[in-house]
Design a protein around this ligand. Sequence first.
Ligand code: UDP
Ligand code: MG
Length: 336
Amino acid sequence: MEEQQRRGNTLYLVVPCYNEEDILYHTAQVMQDKLDRLIEENKISIKSKVMFVNDGSSDSTWKIIEGLCKQNSFFSGISFSRNYGHQSAILAGMMAARMHADMVITIDADLQQDIEVLDEFISCYQSGCEIVYGVRNDRDTDGFFKKISANVFYGLMHLLGCKVMSNHADYRLLSKRALDALAEHKEVNLFLRGLIPTMGFQSDVVYFDVKKREAGQSKYTLKKMVALAVDGITSMSTRPIQIITILGFLVSLFSFIMIIYCIIDWFSGRNVPGYTTSLVVSLLMGGLTIFSLGIVGEYVGKIYLETKARPRYIVEFFIWKESSEQAEAIKEEIKY
Ligand code: UDP
Ligand code: MG
C-alpha cells in the first residue's frame, strides 16, 4: 500500500553552490535531463524541481541561478547573505524543499557524484526507506592528501564513538518524514553526516562512483576541512573531554610516585643532577596542559555559540517561480 503511494512522488534535488560559475550551466542541463527522464518513466512527479543554494559566492553563480530560474520554473534558488558553508547550504535547501517535496536528494554542484544512481535512491524510497545514504565505491579520483585526511578523519570519528558512515558524504535522500524530524534539531553546530544517522528510521545504502571534477576547483580548502572535522567531532562526542580526565588522572598518579621517589632519594642523601629530566617533564606537562585546555575551550566555545542561538544562515534572496508571495512566506519559514 505504502509502496503504491510512494510511486510518482515529488523529488527535489538540493544543490549547494559556492563559486561554481564554471560548471553551473552544465550541471543544470545534466540535472534537468536526468529529472526529465525520471518523470517520463513515471518514477517522480512532474512537480519535481532542482533547488540551487548559493552559499555567498563571490563570482557570478547567483546571476546564473537567477537566469536559469527565469527561463524555467523547473529551477528555483536560495541565496545566502554570505558564505555559511556547505552544511548550512544543504540544510537551507532541504528546509525550503520540505514544504513541497515528498523526498529530497542533496547532491554537489560539480557532478562528481554519479547522478545515474538517482534511480536507485528512488527505488529504495519507494520500498519504504526514509533515509538513503550514498556511499562512494573507492577514492581513486581523490588526491593523496584527500585520501589520507579522509582516512584519518573517519578513523578518529570511529575511535571517538561517533556513528558516521565511512565514505558517505552528503549525497543522500531524505523523505518528508525524515526532513520533518531533522527540522526539530535546532543545534547551531551542524554536522549532518553525524546527526542524520542518530535519527533512526528505515534506511538503506546506495553505492556510487566518484568522478573527477569537470570544471572549477575544490571549494573545500584545508581550513574548511579542518573546521568540518573539528565540528564533526565536538558536535557528536564528548569523549575527548573524558580522555583528558583519564590523562589527568594518570599524570597525577605518575607525579605522586615521582614525589615519593624524590623524597626517598633526598633522605638517602643522593644528589641527582636531573636537569634534563626536569626540563623534559615540565615541557611535556606544559604542552599537555595547553592542549587539554584547548580541547575544553573548543567545547566551551560550542556551548557559547549554542546559547547565543544565532541563525544558522541568513537567506537574502529566494526565487520561487510559482508565486512571489509564497516565496516570501517560505523565506520566513526556513529561518533556522
Ligand atoms: N560548497 C558550499 N560552500 C562552501 C564550500 C563548498 O556550498 O563553503 C559546495 C560546493 O559548491 C559543492 C559542494 O559544496 O557543490 C562540495 O564542494 P567541493 O566539490 O568543492 O568539495 P570536494 O568534492 O572537493 O570535497
Ligand atoms: Mg566535489
